[in-house]
Write a protein that binds this ligand. Structure first.
Ligand SMILES: *Cc1c(COP(=O)(O)O)cnc(C)c1O
Length: 395
């Protein structure tokens, strides 16, 4: 039996196509090494690290073209921690959420588990499809994911049209404006790779181990002034014993805001994560900013979808064209082949992390094309998969 041979010249220059952790460019790692002795191992309360944080904040401000009164807030714990911050610090009573995959589903589960909140009103769609929250009586937060990483579905970021009589009544009329619903978007795998009009969101939050090619453990939340005012209001509510609420300090958005205004985090951050992220923001800005990054992702994704559509053994998982993600591409494999075999063959050649999301349980490839991924490497990946499939069919 012939052994599988993928010719060296077909291999991508970098085989990391994971959806997070994702590829970290060599230039980022070099920057980390050279900043090593001046920043790593030094206090995050002192000027050098605070300057680094300030530069990340202003870089994000530029990248997303933020209105003057939006703020870049950050803290530890990643997007998963931010789900609980939403529960503790942003929802007054009830949220309406879109749920169409593992990640958007987890926010709904966090809200449902919070004893002081109403059960969320969940607008659900099957995996591979999408549902946005609709106008909902009493909902003071509307939340969904810009990119559902588990299924490769991207959703629009456009404020929900809320009926006037669906807006909750404030106990004190002078607080009524605070009950205007907030739009809160999980942009963990979208930020930096998909276009967005940030004025359509009150909170656009993400972690840096996806499009920003850094490491996990941090969350970043772009916050509108309404979101900031809401966090202060909820903190006040929670201070009243009869509210039955508790804002654990680690989940306090107001504490994070206070620290972020001083270019700090509540507790010790990973400085290497900050350095890698900083390098990536500067790189994207130098290449042409968010327009450049989103066009590159769209181009790479299109290469993959076009290939899958034409391939006898492959089909794009997401049927609706407009919902096919430009950053996480999911491709179903014909049942006559086992995607795990394809994945195992490629791993031997250094092409890694292209398995479908486990909980989905499909015979699937999932390929991330965040801004760091070279178009040429996507073309090479396609050729490598073709070689492996041809080999598997014959054996
Ligand atoms: C990766 C991911 C998360 C979880 O991020 P962590 O930083 O690991 O907590 C949440 N939401 C989406 C859409 C993601 O892709």
């Amino acid at each position: 039996m012939n052994e599988l041979q993928i010719p060296q010249e077909l291999l991508p220059s970098d085989g990391r196509f994971g959806s997070g952790p994702s590829k970290i460019r060599t230039a980022q790692i070099d920057a980390l090494a050279s900043a090593g002795t001046t920043l790593l191992g030094t206090s995050h309360r002192q000027k050098p690290v605070r300057d680094l944080v300030a530069s990340i904040q202003s870089g994000i401000r530029e990248l997303f073209n933020l209105p003057e009164d939006y703020e870049v807030v950050l803290g530890n714990g990643g997007a998963s921690a931010f789900w609980d911050i939403i529960c503790a610090s942003l929802i007054i009573q009830r949220a309406a959420v879109g749920s169409y995959g593992s990640f958007s589903g987890k926010l709904a589960a966090s809200i449902a588990a919070a004893p002081f909140l109403d059960n969320p009103v969940v607008y659900e769609a099957p995996y591979g499809s999408m549902a946005l929250p609709q106008s909902t009586p009493g909902a003071d937060v509307y939340a969904w994911a810009h990119n559902e990483t588990s299924t490769g579905v991207m959703a629009p970021v456009v404020r929900a049209q809320v009926q006037a009589d669906h807006i909750a009544q404030a106990p004190n009329p002078q607080d009524q404006h605070i009950y205007n619903p907030l739009t809160i978007i999980d942009a963990t795998s979208a930020a930096g790779g998909l276009p967005v009009d940030i004025t359509q969101a009150d909170v656009y939050y993400f972690s840096p181990q996806k499009a920003f090619g850094s490491e996990g453990g941090l969350w970043v939340a772009i916050c509108s002034p309404q979101a900031i005012e809401r966090a202060h209001y909820v903190e006040k509510l929670a201070a009243q014993p009869e509210s039955g609420r508790w804002v654990p300090p680690f989940l306090s958005l107001t504490k994070a805001i206070t620290n972020s205004r001083k270019n700090q985090t509540l507790n010790t951050p990973s400085i290497s994560t900050l350095l890698l992220m900083h390098e990536q923001i500067q790189w994207i800005l130098a290449q042409g900013g968010l327009t450049w990054a989103t066009e590159r992702c769209a181009h790479n994704a299109q290469l993959l979808y076009t290939w899958a559509e034409q391939h006898q053994y492959l089909t794009p998982f997401v049927e609706h064209n407009a919902w096919r993600s430009n950053v996480v591409v999911t491709i179903d494999v014909d049942p006559s082949l086992d995607a795990d075999d394809i994945i195992a063959c490629l791993r031997k050649y250094g092409i890694v992390d292209i398995a479908g999301y486990r909980a989905l349980g499909r015979n699937q490839l999932r390929i991330a094309v965040f801004p760091s991924v070279e178009p040429e490497d996507v073309q090479r990946l396609i050729q490598c998969v073709n070689v492996v499939i041809d080999y598997l069919i014959q054996h």
